[in-house]
Design a protein around this ligand. Structure first.
Ligand SMILES: [Zn+2]
Length: 173
């Protein structure tokens, strides 16, 4: 379009076109070409601006994806570390339990396992300040006296929740 406008302008400047009608038509064409060129430049500018803003948006979204990915990676690493630590603790506790269970008489172990299954995973409870720590109920005076009278070897049970009661120096006896 530019070339055509330049060619028209050349013909106009050369003086080869003499007829007023042709001159007028040539001048009109040059004007019309200039206007179309202006319009096209506006379109090109607008497209470039839109392209630029789209590029900015792409960059912004890429940054956000990277940030979220970094957070996800961090959370995964922390979860894996916590899982590893818990597995190690579980292995240690399992070993410790085996050692303790080996020292408990078989019938008592059987009773404990049965109670543990019945009582939500807790088969034995500490007697603390005259209170069963399994069901949180305080023993009445008769029960306290029974516990006091029992020999250290007797397996005591909570009257309320049936769990094995474990006496300590803090049992309040
Ligand atoms: Zn109890």
């Amino acid at each position: 379009m530019r070339q055509r406008a330049a060619r028209d302008q050349q013909r106009l400047d050369s003086g080869a076109v003499t007829s007023p009608k042709d001159l007028e038509s040539l001048q009109r064409e040059i004007t019309s070409l200039a206007k179309r060129q202006g319009d096209l430049e506006d379109v090109v500018l607008e497209v470039m601006e839109r392209r630029e803003s789209a590029q900015e948006r792409v960059t912004e979204l890429s940054d956000r994806v990277s940030a979220v990915q970094a957070k996800a990676d961090d959370a995964t690493a922390r979860r894996d570390a916590a899982t590893k630590e818990l597995d190690e603790q579980a292995a240690t506790v399992t070993k410790e339990r085996e050692v303790v269970a080996g020292s408990v008489p078989a019938d008592l172990m059987k009773l404990y396992d049965r109670l543990r299954a019945q009582q939500g995973g807790v088969g034995a409870a500490r007697l603390y300040q005259r209170r069963c720590e399994g069901c949180r109920l305080e023993l009445n005076i008769t029960e306290v006296n029974d516990v006091k009278a029992a020999s250290p070897d007797t397996v005591l049970r909570c009257e309320n929740c049936q769990r094995i009661l474990v006496r300590t120096s803090e049992s309040g006896l």
